[in-house]
Write a protein that binds this ligand. Structure first.
Ligand SMILES: Cc1cc2nc3c(=O)[nH]c(=O)nc-3n(C[C@H](O)[C@H](O)[C@H](O)COP(=O)(O)O)c2cc1C
Length: 185
């Protein structure tokens, strides 16, 4: 496999999102054959099972982008000790109709940054629970619970010096995981 395409699912719609910055910054640490594309989830309707047979254009687009990706990267905020509703809405959309989930078998990484000391730990644990049910192969280690702080990002939008070694280790593990599963599925 030459190129590896990663669908990035961002658990924040905020313009100045730390998680968007984190997604962009860790992509810079990936091997050259990896490309990352953020999946739009902000224009999805609220999930309604009545519409399974007649999905909106935004839902069709979401599912086709997930299906076409070799791997997934979830970068999420934590809202009230869980994942933001917009992210759960997107996950539900791409999981249906029953038996036609776009998520099944995809290798994935889960990471997130928050202003709280626990660094999205609870959101990530809830997300892992959901993804396990959907048969997504989530990287177990290393975990990365990141607290937003001065210097986390450098002036060019990369990971700042103080976190670079750790984040490179995370990305190396993620890239290895995706390559292994993308080849074997
Ligand atoms: C509705 C809401 C709930 C939040 N709950 C948590 C929380 O449970 N834990 C936490 O660490 N931060 C929480 N925060 C603060 C977020 O960490 C902070 O807003 C962060 O910037 C969100 O990520 P983003 O910058 O990518 O949007 C919450 C923020 C909002 C708006």
């Amino acid at each position: 496999m030459n190129q590896i395409h990663i669908a990035v699912i961002l658990g924040s719609l905020r313009r100045g999102s730390f998680n968007r910055q984190l997604a962009n910054a860790i992509a810079m640490l990936a091997p050259a054959e990896f490309s990352f594309k953020q999946v739009e989830i902000g224009d999805l309707p609220l999930y309604n099972q009545d519409h399974d047979a007649n999905p909106s254009a935004a839902v069709i687009r979401l599912k086709s982008e997930i299906a076409a990706a070799h791997g997934l990267l979830f970068v999420t905020a934590e809202y009230n000790r869980s994942i933001p509703g917009v992210l759960k809405n997107a996950i539900d959309h791409a999981s249906r109709p029953y038996g036609e989930s776009a998520w099944e078998g995809k290798p994935a990484g889960v990471i997130g940054v928050s202003v709280g000391a626990t660094g999205t730990c609870m959101a990530q644990q809830h997300l892992r629970n959901i993804l396990a049910y959907l048969d997504v192969a989530v990287l177990g280690q290393p975990e990365a619970f990141i607290k937003a702080k001065d210097g986390l990002f450098d002036p060019d939008g990369g990971i700042g010096a103080g976190s670079k070694v750790f984040m490179q280790t995370w990305m190396d593990s993620y890239a290895k995981w995706v390559k292994h599963h993308a080849v074997s599925t």
